[in-house]
Design a protein around this ligand. Structure first.
Ligand code: GAP
Length: 442
């Protein structure tokens, strides 16, 4: 991706939001009822992109490592979990109300603490009060306090409360990690920025348990690894930075945190936080549950509570960053070509099979090519509209390669492969397609 184009484009945000709607990446939730501002639905293309982001994370964080195992914990959890984690007391944002127009704001997001950003009145904002971001509901038919449960505001606690279960069943020992991808819920005061801040979102979190004396080393390791992950998936280094938190920014559990930030059209924004959580979580859960949550190191004949390094990323927010970074426009034959220069691992479709014409003579060959490719790669098949328009559509979806079946294909048993970024075309025998794509996609 070029350093000069997308982030200097002040319309980039609107362009990506429009493209998302037009091509089926992201829809406003409950749109036919006027829309539900704080939630989004991922359409036929968006669900593929989001899944690819999560798969790429899982491959790097779990599959390619011997020291990380996975988990899929429940979303609903009882109050003691959140009592122990500190969320019931501390997971709050400062909320102010405008006495004039009734709007509500996060105090720490105000440009001017004396002026209401909605009505512009000065001196109308109330004193801040702490607002807990957790969604509460009730389990079972009786809505009393005994039935109170919470929708998790982070996936992390599922890993801590399962620490002993995983340790006892996985044959791992520190340093080792538990990874999880899943939905989290926060009653954000000011959702916004498209899918940047929503009340329902997906996280990709790793809790990496280490001997205490190794925590600083592992913290630095994970900061670099996580930055590299975004670069490896095509975001240019100039659009990413690692920003250490100041002491007054640190969460209640953290002794050190750095954010991986992306240069969004409105400025730098957090994609992921890498935190040194010390022994806070395991100690808290051990105290509250009465269970032993430590590790006995037989070689050293020593028992200790592992410290935790936590790289915590947003899947939905990262997806938005990948979209922003990939969006590009260029002039081609006096026309503007919109192209998503997505890394092939993230591209919703890897290949599109496009018979040149709808004529039935091309269909059997095109269909048989599609049938073969689709078993290995997510492949689209499209035979409507002029070929130029179909190429443009695939460019907007970020499809790296189009395979065009034309009338010559019936004679020479060859097809044309068009590459998304360069628009260069090569002629390849049908029998060589799988090998060609193996070389270029796998
Ligand atoms: N367990 C630590 C934790 O949850 P966090 O910084 O609050 O840390 C981690 O969240 C990541 O989750 C963030 O960097 C962001 O990418 C994503 N995230 C947090 N709140 C979000 C929201 N309301 N909407 C979308 N993504 C969010």
């Amino acid at each position: 991706m070029s350093d000069d184009s997308p982030q200097n484009d002040s319309d980039l945000f609107d362009k990506v939001v429009n493209l998302s709607k037009r091509r089926g990446f992201v829809f406003q939730s409950a749109e036919i009822y006027g829309g539900f501002r704080s939630a989004y639905d991922y359409g036929p293309i968006g669900v593929l992109l989001l899944r690819n982001v999560k798969d790429a994370w899982w491959r790097t964080m779990v599959q390619h490592r011997h020291d990380v195992v996975g988990l899929d914990a429940s979303i609903l959890s009882p109050p003691p979990v959140w009592e122990a984690s500190g969320h019931l007391q501390n997971f709050t944002d400062p909320l102010v109300d405008c006495r004039s127009c009734g709007s509500r704001h996060r105090e720490d997001h105000l440009d001017d603490p004396d002026t209401c950003p909605t009505c512009g009145e000065e001196g109308t904002l109330t004193e801040a009060r702490q607002f807990n971001l957790m969604f509460q509901t009730h389990a079972g038919p009786v809505a009393d306090s005994a039935a109170e449960v919470y929708l998790r505001p982070e996936t992390a606690q599922g890993m801590f409360v399962n620490f002993a279960n995983v340790l006892n069943t996985s044959r791992k020992k520190p340093p080792f990690g538990i990874a999880q991808i899943g939905k989290s819920f926060r009653n954000e005061i000011t959702p916004g920025g498209f899918v940047f801040r929503t009340r329902e979102f997906e996280q990709m979190e790793l809790e990496f348990f280490v001997p205490p004396e190794e925590s600083e080393e592992w913290y630095r390791y994970w900061c670099q690894e996580r930055l590299n992950w975004y670069v490896g998936l095509g975001i240019s280094e100039s659009m990413l930075r690692l920003r250490p938190h100041d002491a007054d920014e640190l969460s209640h559990y953290s002794s050190g945190t750095s954010d991986v930030e992306f240069l969004f059209p409105w400025g730098w924004g957090e994609l992921e936080g890498i935190a040194n959580r010390g022994d806070y979580d395991l100690t808290q859960h051990a105290q509250h549950s009465g269970e032993r949550l430590d590790y006995f190191d037989q070689e050293r004949n020593e028992r200790y509570v592992p410290h935790v390094i936590e790289p915590a990323a947003g899947a939905t927010r990262s997806m938005m960053a990948f979209l922003m970074a990939a969006y590009d426009e260029e002039e081609v034959n006096e026309d503007t070509r919109v192209v998503l220069r997505l890394h092939p691992d993230l591209a919703p479709y890897k290949i599109a099979v496009l018979p040149l014409s709808k004529k039935e003579t091309l269909t059997p060959l095109a269909q048989s090519i599609f049938d073969e490719l689709k078993t290995r790669w997510m492949t689209d098949y499209d035979q409507t509209q002029a070929i130029g328009r179909r190429y443009r559509r695939q460019d907007e979806l970020g499809t790296p390669y189009c395979v065009t079946v034309d009338f010559d294909s019936l004679d020479d048993d060859a097809v044309t492969i068009r590459e998304r970024d360069s628009m260069e075309q090569v002629r390849i025998p049908v029998s060589g397609l799988i090998d060609w794509f193996r070389e270029h996609l796998d």
